[in-house]
Structures are given as structure tokens and as C-alpha cells.
Write a protein that binds this ligand. Structure first.
Ligand code: PHE
Length: 338
């Protein structure tokens, strides 16, 4: 067969080829344009073509090559499109690929548990802003300007002139609730607070508190004590707590809430500073001046308030000895709380 007829036959074969599967496309590729393919011999034949017909033959061979390549490209495109819908490529009986579940942060776990416990006593959850003003964080809580007790908590001011600060405790939410609700009030407000403190194993510049407030007729210190006992029993399965007389400007009388140290079984360790007791918060009977500031008549109503550190409770509960672990996002630490 002369090279021209040979080329024509090949062109026809290429145009008629039906490349419906990726296998047939591969066969086609090997047959025509592979390193031993028939196009190779056509190119090789060019040198034997008489000069006056060389151009014509060359163009024909090029056309064949382009058509063959276009055919393969189209077949490949088709095949990948078809695969998408082809169920047989997926083994429907294969076990699923498991994906890693995240875990709740220990502070969230403890916060939620605290909420559950106080809910059972009839407390409802309220919220307050983290960016506060002087009135709600200090003045209304019986901490007028220049009151020395303001130094108890080093404050981050966002804008001193504009009266914007980061709340130093959740007690600010007490005022907000009392301003908008009439007694009886029975609320807790969990949330984040900020203090300009040096970061150490025991202290951080940001941490979390759960504030509690109960205002009604004839609320007494005994109610406060019973509430805290109930909390300790539910949270730690222990009633080994004590209330140590203390001072807060917004409560009178005031007390510090201590719980016996679980980490060392009260034998003395770094967390309890070798005292066998760990302080988890403050509490007291709401000062009449605070009730008055918030528009509640102290002659008619009385109440108690408490504020507990969520980190402190979590450290005790899980035996964690460094508060910084809560904020480092170390997966190895967080994974333990699944
Ligand atoms: N706000 C106090 C603190 O952050 C705790 C507290 C709350 C004390 C309510 C008494 C009553 O230290």
C-alpha cells in the first residue's frame, strides 16, 4: 500500500474509533500515537516521499496526529465524567471512614454542670456584657470612686474617659438583673472576667465565674449556706466545705467559700498552698446599699450572692495544677475530657 493510502486508511480508522471506556482509549493511544504506534511509521515514511508531494503528505500526517490526540482527550474527559456517576466504583459495603470527634473544653463541661446543679434549685441563667461601665462593675456595688477596695481587682480599662472597662467580676451582672427585674430573683450568670494580673500557675488575666443572686422576702444566711452545701455535694460529692469570714463591699456579712482539697486529700499540696483547703469563691448577704442602688427596697427584701471561679472548680474536680493549661489549646490536654 502506498503511504498515501495507508494514511487515508488510518485517518478513517481514527475517525470511526469508538472510545467508550478508558481501556479502549488507552488501547487506541498505544496503537496510534504510542512510541511504537503506527503514526511513528507514517512520520518515518515522509523521507521517502518525492519532494513535490512531501508537503501534502506532511499535512495529512499532522491532521491524523491531531485528530487522534483530540479523540483521546475527549475520551478521557468522558471517562472521568462517567466515573462520577458510576456507583460501582464505590464499595457501598465498605465501613465508613471515621472522623475524629472534637471534645468539649473542660471549662464548658464544668460550667454546664454548675448550671445544671443550680437549675435544680430553681436558678435561671442570665447574661451580662463583658465590656462594662463603672456603675455596674463598681459604683452600684458599693465601690464608689476612690474606694480603696477597687484596688482588690486590677482593672483593664478600654477607655477610661469613655467609661468603658472589662468587667473584673460577674457581680456587675447582678446589678443589671436587679435593674430590670423585680424580686423574687433567683439567677446565675456564668461568664468571662478580666483582671490585670501576672499570669502564673494559679492566676490568669482572664478567667470565668459563675455569679449567683437570690433576692426575696426573708432570705437568710442559712439559705446561702444550704445552697453552697448542696452545690458541693452535687459537684464534688462532698460536704466538706467551710465559710471563712471575709470582706466584699457589696455583701454584709461576707465569706470566702473553701472546699477541702481533693488533689492531696487535704494532706497539703501546691494547689491548696499546703493548707488542705482551696478557695473557690466569695459570697455574702447582699448589702442593703446595693439593693437601694438597683432600685429594690432593702426594708422589704433581702438576698444573698456568691461568685465562684469556674477554673478553680475545674482544677479541683479534675486534679489540674496549672490554670494556664485551660488557655493553651493543647490537644493532648483537651483530648482527655471526652
Ligand atoms: N465578685 C467577687 C469576686 O470576684 C465574688 C463575690 C461575688 C463575693 C458575690 C460576694 C458575692 O471576688
Amino acid at each position: 500500500m502506498n503511504p498515501f493510502d495507508q494514511a487515508q486508511t488510518m485517518l478513517q480508522e481514527i475517525q470511526e474509533a469508538n472510545l467508550s471506556s478508558s481501556e479502549s482509549a488507552e488501547e487506541f493511544r498505544i496503537k496510534f500515537i504510542g512510541s511504537k504506534g503506527s503514526l511513528k511509521s507514517l512520520f518515518a515514511a515522509i523521507k521517502d516521499i518525492p519532494n513535490e508531494r512531501k508537503k501534502e503528505f506532511g499535512q495529512l500526517v499532522n491532521q491524523i496526529k491531531q485528530e487522534a490526540e483530540a479523540k483521546i482527550t475527549a475520551a478521557k474527559k468522558n471517562a472521568s465524567g462517567a466515573n462520577k456517576n458510576k456507583a460501582s466504583d464505590n464499595d457501598l459495603t465498605a465501613p465508613g471512614v471515621p472522623y475524629e470527634m472534637g471534645t468539649r473544653h473542660p471549662l464548658s463541661l464544668v460550667k454546664n454542670e454548675m448550671i445544671e446543679i443550680f437549675k435544680r434549685l430553681g436558678f435561671v441563667v442570665e447574661d451580662g456584657p463583658e465590656i462594662e461601665d463603672d456603675w455596674h462593675n463598681f459604683t452600684a456595688l458599693n465601690l464608689p470612686e476612690n474606694h480603696p477596695a477597687r484596688d482588690m481587682q486590677d482593672t483593664f480599662y478600654i477607655d477610661y474617659e469613655a467609661n468603658k472597662l472589662l468587667r473584673t467580676h460577674t457581680s456587675s451582672a447582678q446589678i443589671r438583673v436587679m435593674e430590670k427585674q423585680k424580686p423574687p430573683i433567683r439567677i446565675i450568670t456564668p461568664g468571662r472576667v478580666y483582671r490585670n494580673e501576672t499570669i502564673s500557675a494559679r492566676a490568669h488575666c482572664t478567667f470565668h465565674q459563675v455569679e449567683g443572686l437570690y433576692i426575696d422576702k426573708d432570705v437568710s444566711f442559712a439559705d446561702l449556706k444550704q445552697t453552697l452545701y448542696y452545690f458541693a455535694k452535687e459537684m464534688f460529692n462532698s460536704d466538706n466545705i467551710r465559710m471563712r469570714p471575709s470582706y466584699f463591699p457589696f455583701t454584709e456579712p461576707s465569706a470566702e467559700i473553701d472546699i477541702s482539697c481533693f488533689i492531696c486529700d487535704s494532706k497539703g499540696c501546691a494547689v491548696c498552698k499546703h493548707s488542705g483547703w482551696v478557695e473557690i469563691g466569695g459570697c455574702g448577704m447582699v448589702d442593703p446599699a446595693v439593693l437601694t442602688n438597683a432600685g429594690i427596697d432593702p426594708e422589704e427584701y433581702s438576698g444573698f450572692a456568691f461568685g465562684m471561679g469556674i477554673e478553680r472548680v475545674a482544677m479541683l474536680k479534675y486534679g489540674i495544677n496549672d490554670i494556664r493549661l485551660f488557655f493553651e489549646n493543647d490537644k493532648r490536654f483537651l483530648e482527655q475530657f471526652s
